[in-house]
Design a protein around this ligand. Structure first.
Ligand code: GDP
Length: 449
């Protein structure tokens, strides 16, 4: 059993009891609950009797018989008034009656063990609970619906079909595969490997979805960096608390950019300097710059580029960059060198002061961070590092097996690798799991889920 709602005060608190004995455990603690009231999925009101056998609250009880419950076992939900004292009294009473407190993620673990969902779906439950932006929630909801598992199914089937073919060959030596057949099998494996590669690549976007992107605002003093920073965060005020200490050398705010958490960094300058104190600040800024996913290079549109702009351009060269031509409200006196235009993913004219085209800048920035082709792959995005590792392991085995197969080695060698490749995919969905993997996955859940 566990409290499913956050501990603290609220309108209601929800407690869940799962297991074959759930109903027998709860029923004696309810007054006025006749047997007839335990109809599947129909809520009924009852007095809950506390440890002293006195009514402590009027609660709403719902019974979900297995196997059609969340966990696949009999499950009782008790909604009481949302006082921590009440939730605790009900918990203590049920513990005394023989219940046990659930481990983190135990309800979902049971759902997995009872075949209600696969492992990737169970992980999606956690991601959904922990999502901080609508985009994260959307990706997690898709995974919960089985998108990733469905995407992996045909790839796995393809490898297994090849495996079977080769195994047959091993058994009936006279059925030697013709060179033509061999290359056809190899093509199948190659194709599977490529599809897994696409999924591995989607992790780049997946990581962005989970962890967010960092965007560095660069430009010489007076270009309008701070004004732009303030303008960008004006409507989408910080969505997460920053780590203390990070704001001393830079202003950092996280905004929700179209569902993507984006950390905007307005750091001290990055120009060459001989002043030792300033140099410390510059070094720190360069660290932020290096770990950023994108640079907003802010230049003053109302004056020509000067050596300082060029110095900053030198520093950010090679990093993905959006050129921001600020102060568009003033007469334009800036000519953008062709080379700079080429270096940048895009350029946008804005006025941080007059607040014009800031929305366009946001759209361009989001587009630059999540190029359309990355969003392809039939919408399946790998967000989980564990999944990525399994996919990579599977690919590696496919490549090694393919090498052995092409090299004309006896079938046993490639077979070994192809089986390992299938195993690695099975670990994503949980068909082939060890205690370790389950421990690793479910220990990251909160209690009550
Ligand atoms: P920073 O040094 O790059 O952070 O630049 P600031 O944001 O402090 O801006 C420098 C000056 O330029 C301030 O006086 C701003 O009011 C002004 N400024 C910033 N953006 C614009 C703009 O779009 N148009 C105009 N006309 N002035 C701007």
């Amino acid at each position: 059993m566990a409290l499913a709602t956050p501990s603290g005060r609220g309108a209601v608190a929800l407690l869940r009891v799962s297991g074959g004995a759930a109903r027998d455990l709860v029923a004696p603690r309810l007054r006025s609950a006749s047997r007839a009231e335990w109809v599947a999925r129909r809520s009924f009101l009852a007095q809950f009797l506390g440890r002293e056998d006195q009514p402590v609250d009027r609660v709403l009880v719902t019974f979900y018989p297995g196997p059609t419950s969340y966990t696949g076992e009999d499950l009782v939900e008790i909604s009481c008034h949302g006082s921590p004292v009440l939730a605790e009294e009900i918990t203590e009473t049920l513990l005394k009656a023989g219940a046990r407190l659930a481990e983190p993620g135990e309800f979902t673990l049971r759902a997995f063990l009872n075949g209600k969902m696969d492992l990737a779906q169970a992980e999606a439950v956690r991601d959904l609970v922990e999502s901080r932006t609508t985009f994260q929630a959307k990706v997690a909801a898709e995974q919960l619906g089985g998108r990733l598992s469905q995407r992996l199914g045909p790839v796995k089937a393809q490898i297994v079909a090849t495996l079977c073919h080769m195994e047959t060959t091993l058994e009936f030596v006279e059925d030697e595969v013709s060179p033509q057949g061999r290359s056809q099998l190899a093509v199948q494996i190659e194709d599977a490997e490529r599809q897994l590669g696409d999924l591995v690549e989607s992790y780049q976007l997946g990581r962005l979805v989970q962890e967010g992107a960092q965007v560095f605002i660069a430009g010489r003093p007076n270009a309008g960096k701070s004004s732009l920073f303030n303008e960008l965060i004006r409507f989408d005020r910080a969505i997460v608390a920053e780590v203390p200490g990070t704001t001393r050398d830079a202003l950092i705010e996280t905004i929700d950019l179209g569902g993507l958490p984006v950390r905007l960094v307005d750091a001290a300058g990055i120009r060459e300097t001989s002043d030792p104190v300033e140099r410390l600040g510059v070094e720190k800024s360069l660290e932020y710059l290096q770990e950023s996913d994108m640079v907003l290079f802010v230049v003053d549109n109302s004056i020509p580029l000067d050596p300082e702009d060029l110095g900053i351009w030198e520093r950010i060269r090679g990093l993905p960059c959006v050129l921001v031509l600020n102060k568009e409200d003033l007469p334009a006196r800036l000519e953008v060198p062709e080379e700079l235009e080429r270096d940048c993913v895009a350029s946008v004219r804005v006025s941080a002061l007059e607040r014009t085209h800031v929305k366009d800048l946001k759209d361009v920035l989001l587009g630059a961070l999540t190029p359309a082709q990355k969003l392809g792959i039939e919408g399946v995005v790998v967000t989980n590092i564990r999944h990525r590792q399994c996919l990579e392991r599977s690919r590696r085995h496919l490549r090694e097996g393919l090498k052995a197969y092409r090299g004309g080695m006896s079938e046993e060698f490639p077979l070994y690798d192809f089986r390992k490749a299938v195993d690695a995919l099975g670990q994503i969905t949980g068909e082939t799991t060890t205690e370790d993997i389950l421990d690793q996955v479910f220990s990251t859940f909160c209690i009550g889920k």
